[in-house]
Design a protein around this ligand. Structure first.
Ligand code: AGP
Length: 364
């Protein structure tokens, strides 16, 4: 991969299509089949230290924060360690309690985001152990953390993050698997996740193969005045990231909500000019999510579903290949990157350099 546009009209398009190779790269050389785990040499933590972690707090901004939300869910699911993600900026402004048994993880593409770096410095000053999940090798956050996992997305030029977001989520899956296997995650479950991870590049290629259909959907929904993005648990960070992506490149207002919260307020916004993108992984919440589609439909809202099979309550469905449920957020984010890209293309936006935004925010 290089800074060359390689025949693509934008870096965003180039970087979306590079995800087949970039996901392969974050996995390469790290899988340990014999012990159904992964080798993450850069963590600088032995098994005993990893077992001693009582809680995980993930910090990042924007897309990095959303990838961290996926990471927190993966860590809770696979390692059964309480984990949550928080915007790095909020964290440092609220004078947080810094706990010695908590593992802090700073997430950043550039490794130079001021808010995230300042959070790292404050944590280090208070004696915390901080890891980095970073793309740019040797960047400030990579240098100031105690160790970490490089996400190996390659250079990301477009202001909006796509391949780095995906690679970061995969890097978290590796970390979660590692933390799980030094605890109670079984060999069988370790193998199941490893096989799922190996399927990701091929399945991303399948999703990219649907680009033409997704471009048509983008043209259909580009007249929206605002868009709702909803999901439950695994679907929620996907909805958050997809809404951010759409806002950044198309300038269409978008809101992301947990699907369960719709009836507590945002349902009032639903009408034909405000379509909903609903993320419906085939997990234990599928039926509840289908009920949400009915609620939206009853209010005259159009629905674009992202699911593993056609949804009859939706106007359109983007069908994503099945993998292990824990990895669904990774795959389900990819078609929504394409949706944002094609919406911006239809609307004639400056895709690689959206107004008012910078690739890396190195000031407060
Ligand atoms: C991504 O689409 C954004 N432009 C933005 O949210 C970005 O993720 C954020 O500023 C954090 O950047 P970093 O990953 O370089 O720290």
């Amino acid at each position: 991969e290089s800074y060359d546009m390689g025949g693509h009209d934008t870096y965003m398009h180039k970087e979306i299509t590079e995800q087949v190779e970039s996901v392969d790269r974050v996995l390469r050389g790290r899988i340990d089949d014999r012990f159904a785990t992964v080798r993450l040499g850069g963590l600088n933590m032995d098994a005993r230290e990893a077992r001693g972690v009582r809680r995980v707090k993930i910090l990042g901004c924007g897309s990095a924060y959303h990838a961290g939300m996926i990471g927190a869910q993966l860590i809770e699911e696979l390692a059964r360690v309480p984990a949550d993600a928080e915007p790095a900026s909020e964290f440092r402004y609220r004078n947080p309690v810094v706990d010695p048994d908590t593992l802090y993880i700073a997430v950043s593409q550039s490794g130079e985001t001021y808010d995230t770096l300042a959070a790292v410095q404050e944590l280090k000053r208070k004696g915390a152990r901080v890891l980095g999940v970073v793309n740019v090798v040797g960047s400030a956050i990579a240098r100031e953390t105690d160790g970490g996992v490089y996400v190996h997305a390659g250079p990301e030029v477009c202001v909006v993050s796509t391949k780095c977001f995906t690679n970061t989520a995969v890097a978290f899956a590796l970390l979660a698997l590692h933390l799980g296997r030094v605890r109670d995650l079984s060999v069988a479950d370790g193998r199941r996740i490893i096989e799922g991870l190996r399927r990701l590049p091929g399945q991303i290629a399948e999703i990219l193969g649907q680009e033409e259909a997704i471009a048509k959907l983008a043209a259909e929904y580009a007249d929206a005045t605002s868009m709702m993005f909803v999901g439950r648990v695994r679907g929620y960070p996907v909805a958050r990231e997809a809404a951010l992506k759409l806002k950044e490149v198309s300038y269409i207002h978008a809101e992301a909500y947990p699907a369960s919260e719709l009836k507590h307020g945002p349902l009032a916004l639903i009408e034909p000019a405000v379509p909903t993108v609903a993320v419906l992984p085939e997990d234990e919440l599928l039926e509840k999510n289908r009920a949400t589609l009915e609620e939206i439909r009853a209010r005259g809202g159009r629905i674009l579903a992202v699911a593993h099979a056609e949804q009859e309550k939706a106007d359109h469905t983007i069908v994503v290949p099945r993998n292990e449920v824990e990895l669904d957020p990774i795959l389900m984010s990819v078609p929504l990157q394409l949706l944002a890209y094609h919406t911006a293309l239809v609307l004639g936006r400056d895709i690689d350099r959206p107004r008012n935004l910078a690739k890396s925010v190195t000031v407060e």
